[in-house]
Design a binder for this molecule. Structure first.
Ligand code: IPE
Ligand code: IPE
Ligand code: MG
Length: 239
């Protein structure tokens, strides 16, 4: 099944596939007189809490935006803190989630990530490959435009004929072809934009924006977003 076909929800109106743009760590920290690194650390705790809530609320697939291709433009100290936090999260938060049946996969560019982190990412992916309770997808060094360009490069490298280029053959060449299209995309912190996240995959996603800053996000906020989703009517262009 192609990535663009398998995001369909079930008859209950429940969102099975959710994506979150985890934004607001910097403002959360600034509001408390803390360093931005502290904000990101609290963000990692919110991620763990939210994954557990997602399991409880019946979400099957959760994709989260952790680091964009544009985030390299931040001060070196902050980028360094985020890379460190990637390692710490893999070592501290994700193994417990693995025990709860979470399968974790990363998507995005890997070539700019330090080798030691890359190995940790691959190891966690291997170790959790058989888990089925919740599919967790972590976007790291991810940008949707870069993903599309890379997919086209792969089509060309594979010598796919023009008549064989389709939504399916393109989407098969994304970083994570098995990632289902999100039913629901949530962005925290009040910003109302996609910031280069899943532009293709969210073609028909419902968008929910919440003022909650990411470090304050958890079961209540996720439940509220899912309730909002349940009230929406998805038409996909039809009557
Ligand atoms: C989101 O929080 C985390 C990343 C983008 C890595 P921000 O760091 O963007 O928080 P704000 O937007 O500055 O509050
Ligand atoms: C988007 O947040 C990226 C992540 C949440 C990882 P940003 O804070 O980087 O986005 P902009 O700059 O406000 O659009
Ligand atoms: Mg931000």
């Amino acid at each position: 099944m192609s990535a663009s076909q398998n995001g369909a929800r079930d008859d209950s109106g429940r969102a099975r596939s959710v994506a979150i743009i985890m934004d607001g760590n910097g403002r959360w920290a600034a509001g408390r007189g803390l360093s931005v690194a502290e904000g990101h650390r609290e963000g990692a705790r919110a991620l763990r809490r939210t994954v557990e809530a997602a399991i409880d609320l019946g979400v099957e697939s959760l994709a989260v935006y952790a680091f964009s291709t544009e985030n390299w433009a931040r001060p070196a100290e902050e980028v360094g803190a985020l890379l460190e936090l990637l390692d710490e999260t893999i070592e501290r938060e994700l193994p417990d989630l693995a025990k709860q049946g979470v399968r974790t996969r990363f998507f995005g560019r890997r070539d700019r990530i330090p080798e030691a982190s890359r190995e940790k990412m691959a190891e966690l992916e291997r170790e959790t490959a058989a888990n089925v309770r919740l599919q967790l997808w972590i976007a790291f060094d991810y940008g949707s435009r870069g993903e599309l360009v890379e997919a086209v490069r792969r089509l060309v490298a594979d010598q796919v004929l023009p008549e064989d280029v389709s939504e399916q053959t393109l989407a098969e060449r994304f970083y994570a072809p098995e990632l289902p299209d999100p039913d629901l995309v949530i962005r925290t912190s009040g910003e109302q934009r996609l910031s280069n996240f899943l532009l293709w995959q969210s073609a028909y996603s419902e968008l929910v924006f919440t003022e909650t800053l990411w470090p304050d996000f958890g079961k209540d906020a996720l439940g509220a977003a899912l309730d909002e989703y349940a009230r929406r009517a998805r038409r996909y262009g039809a009557r």
